[in-house]
Design a protein around this ligand. Sequence first.
Ligand SMILES: [Zn+2]
Ligand SMILES: [Zn+2]
Length: 245
Amino acid sequence: MSFIDKILFVFYPGKCAFCGELMPYSKTGVYICGDCLKSIRFCVNEKCCPICGVPIVNDKKICDECFSLKKNGTSVSYDKIVSSCIYDKSTKNGILKFKTGAAGGSYSTFAGIIAPIVRSSLKNIDLIVAVPPRKERMIRSGFDQCHVLADKISKLLDIPYKKNAMRRIRETGKQSSLSGEMRRENLKGVFEAVIDRGIIKNKNILVIDDVKTTGSTINECAAALKKKGAAHVYGAVIAETNLER
Ligand SMILES: [Zn+2]
Ligand SMILES: [Zn+2]
């Protein structure tokens, strides 16, 4: 550590967003310690499905689920989802802490690792929106993790962000205890785009969420945005749950 770094470390320490280790001040606002850097599976180093972003273990070009959807002619509403890393034991705790608002400052790290993958994988995005929070979460923590992420990503990429562009028509309860099929059913038609049609008509929209499990949340957001005239809808998340297929 250089002398300057030592001074900065004393006065402006940061914390690794994944394990909480104290770290020297970083101009970029991205705090990931050396151990986490080594253990985290970043999606840029993985072979992932070019449509839904899930890691692919076989030598196919797209994952089995996207393949069977294509074959049946039942396509999803989103055009592509990208993730910065894989949700596993190396990333889970940091992300959960961030989601609950206990480590709200980690947003700059998470936005800082999502922005480059958006920049390299998704072109011509006109507007960024965030998945609207569940009411229960807002009452509990008052922290809207997708909003702070989207706001920071917007600044990093210099793409406008529209706050409160979407709302939940009904509450859905916690999704984490449900199976994939139940999640999909539970979320059907749950979002409404409350943004002016004129703003999103024929535009390419990027939806920011925290963790992707089945892709249902982004899919439902995409359906609502396309109903209002959006041309393409993409999704970007911190982490992709490790459902390799
Ligand atoms: Zn760490
Ligand atoms: Zn796929």
